[in-house]
Design a binder for this molecule. Structure first.
Ligand code: NAD
Length: 273
């Protein structure tokens, strides 16, 4: 499993497993399947209400804690200094862990204007060693510039909607320039909008003896993204990890670039509150 090195030296698997919309009572089974398949990075959030199931699967796996990279996220209603500290304690308790590997602010909510204050709480959590790295999600350059001006720690990661219809070139360039790793959410287009049925992807899948989903995940890895596909189906969970046996060439990447429509499947960070 390739890893990326975050700006504080922490190592993060480049391919992980997301659990958005997995019900808590199914999450232990699904995360167990992912760990058995070989995933070593799990992405949950307070919003998903499945931190407890995620934590149970990690505990039951018997894997050493340091072998599993655990990410969770602060939900919007918990932004603010004291409320963020309290929410983090709740997340750790739900997960049954004494630290997470990465803690993210889920959305900037610029109209609420609490993300700088929230980030100061994150800096404290980081200094205390209870999160090995801290980062953000759905932040635009203006939000990241403001954190740079008004705080001390540069986010290690920005987790953003990113897939062939929305390749996010500007945010990826910004991340590279500022030492912020770009992590793709909805990397398969969330199974919406017919992305995986695109003829371009079918052709590339046939060329490489892979599936369209594997072609898209390979594209992410070759762009340098961290990627966290989700599936609740064991065969797909394994399929999405089996993306290291082929390489897309420049022509393949150019074909995938034709799928860029600049359209979001999810909310706009500027207006989400
Ligand atoms: P995704 O792009 O990973 O798509 C998941 C869907 O794709 C599945 O439900 C299934 O329908 C389909 N799929 C998965 N594997 C497939 C395969 N091999 N073949 C065919 N279809 C397949 O979407 P996602 O779950 O929304 O995003 C991944 C993770 O990103 C989430 O689970 C969550 O952890 C994170 N996320 C974060 C945010 C955020 O705001 N930070 C928002 C959404 C998701």
């Amino acid at each position: 499993m390739p890893t990326v090195t975050l700006n504080n030296g922490v190592s993060m698997p480049q391919l992980g497993f997301g659990v958005y919309q997995v019900p808590n009572d199914e999450t232990e089974r699904v995360v167990t399947a992912a760990l058995e398949a070989g995933y070593r990075s799990i992405d949950t959030a307070t919003l998903y209400a499945n931190e407890a199931g995620t934590g149970r699967a990690i505990a039951a796996s018997g894997l050493p804690r340091e072998d599993v990279f655990v990410t969770t996220k602060l939900w919007n209603t918990d932004q603010g200094y004291d409320s963020a500290l309290r929410a983090f304690d709740t997340s750790l308790a739900e997960l049954g862990l004494d630290h997470v590997d990465l803690y993210l602010i889920h959305w900037p909510m610029p109209a609420r204007d609490l993300y700088v204050e929230t980030w100061r709480a994150f800096e404290r959590i980081y200094t205390e060693g209870r999160a090995k790295a801290i980062g953000v999600s759905n932040f635009n350059p203006a939000h990241l510039d403001r954190l740079a001006r008004e705080s001390d720690v540069v986010p290690a990661v920005n987790q953003i909607e990113l897939h062939p219809r929305l390749p996010q070139a500007e945010l990826r360039r910004y991340g590279t320039a500022h030492g912020i790793v770009t992590e793709a959410w909805g990397p398969l287009g969330q199974g919406k909008g017919g992305l995986l049925e695109e003829p371009v992807l079918a052709e590339l899948a046939a060329k490489h003896g892979a599936s369209p989903a594997q072609v898209v995940l390979r594209w992410h890895l070759q762009l340098g993204n961290v990627v966290i596909p989700k599936s609740a189906t064991p065969a797909r969970i394994r399929e999405n990890l089996d993306v290291f046996g082929f390489t897309l060439d420049d022509d393949d990447l150019a074909s995938i670039a034709t799928l860029d429509t600049g359209t979001r499947g999810g909310p706009d960070p500027e207006t989400t509150n």
